[in-house]
Design a protein. Structure first.
Length: 331
């Protein structure tokens, strides 16, 4: 996910002015991946997001907090504002979901339909977590549209977070996936496909596949297609194409560094990814993955234009709005 201070590795394309990028994509979108709290669990003015969405032609947004908070350690002279800002640890933080509820309900009711809120404030390696999931779901009935973003294998963040290593096939998550299937709640997961120590081989793909097989009635959304910093698995599109072909309950979101690092590494969309996204457009959505910093919404989303320009009208409608609406729009 991008830092609150820096963009997500944006490669500026020639011929598109800064003002144009600020005003967003040429395509109307639903931002399917947006954090409304940061690693300090601070929440900006909700109206600032509405203004940014209106300016950028973003009709709706899938929003959530962050399941962890960064500690301001005694040895840090300045308060950290990102998980990589210092060596201090992170811990799981359940109030994030209450703040998301407050974020939406601070806005006028006429704006509520534009937001699809998810909840994520539980410890994914604690077998009591299902209790916390049921509590927050029942505390605000009819409010939640899904679960996520659950942060599981996440390179440096995994190392900095207290507790066992979170992974998608941890048994503490199994009753949560069962619950999600029963309630028809899509589950957005960040689960790195590989390790920084072994960046060229998808060592953790079997963990994802275990869950996809064991919970065929639970809809999983694979955030960033499992990519992360310093991971360089070759023929990435082949792996994603195989997973989509084999598991009908799997969806993907195009967000964060997957665009610049994998799909358009030279600034030009890879033809294999164009073909894949056309084929599976009904199971793909895209998002900014902003951690607050709503003023950057247009810049982040305009990055997708060169890719969208190469897709047909049907695929563009699916990826920009249709898939997100299908996943999260059902009450």
């Amino acid at each position: 996910m991008p830092s609150e201070k820096t963009p997500s590795g944006i490669k500026h394309r020639a011929g598109k002015s800064e003002i144009t990028r600020f005003n967003g994509s040429r395509y109307r979108m639903t931002d399917a991946h947006l954090h409304v709290l940061n690693f300090r669990q601070e929440m900006p003015d909700p109206q600032s997001l509405v203004r940014a969405m209106d300016r950028c032609g973003v009709e709706k947004a899938v929003i959530f907090g962050l399941p962890v908070v960064k500690i301001w350690a005694e040895f840090d002279r300045e308060a950290p504002d990102y998980y990589l800002s210092s060596d201090s640890r992170c811990y799981y933080y359940s109030l994030t979901d209450v703040m998301v509820h407050r974020f939406v309900n601070t806005l006028p009711k006429k704006q509520h339909h534009r937001f699809y809120p998810l909840f994520c404030g539980f410890n994914p390696v604690d077998k009591f977590a299902i209790r916390d999931v049921e509590r927050i779901y029942n505390m605000f009935p009819g409010f939640w549209r899904g679960i996520g973003e659950i942060l599981l294998r996440h390179d440096d963040l995994t190392a900095l977070t207290y507790g066992d290593t979170p992974r998608i096939n941890h048994k503490a998550l199994y009753p949560i996936f069962e619950f999600a299937g029963e309630k028809k709640l899509p589950v957005l997961v960040h689960h790195n496909i590989s390790s920084v120590a072994n960046p060229h081989y998808p060592v953790y793909v079997f963990e994802l596949e275990e869950v996809l097989r064991d919970f065929p009635n639970t809809t999983m959304v694979f955030a960033h297609c499992g990519i992360s910093r310093r991971i360089n698995v070759p023929f990435y599109y082949k792996m994603i194409e195989r997973l989509l072909g084999q598991y009908p309950n799997l969806h993907i979101d195009i967000s964060w560094i997957i665009l610049d690092e994998v799909i358009c590494p030279s600034g030009i969309p890879d033809k294999n990814w164009v073909r894949l996204l056309k084929k599976y457009s009904g199971r793909c959505c895209l998002g900014s993955d902003l951690v607050t910093r709503f003023e950057r919404l247009g810049i982040e989303l305009s990055r997708y234009d060169p890719l969208l320009d190469m897709l047909g009208e049907e695929a563009v409608l699916d990826i920009c709005t249709g898939t997100a609406e299908k996943l999260y729009g059902k009450q």
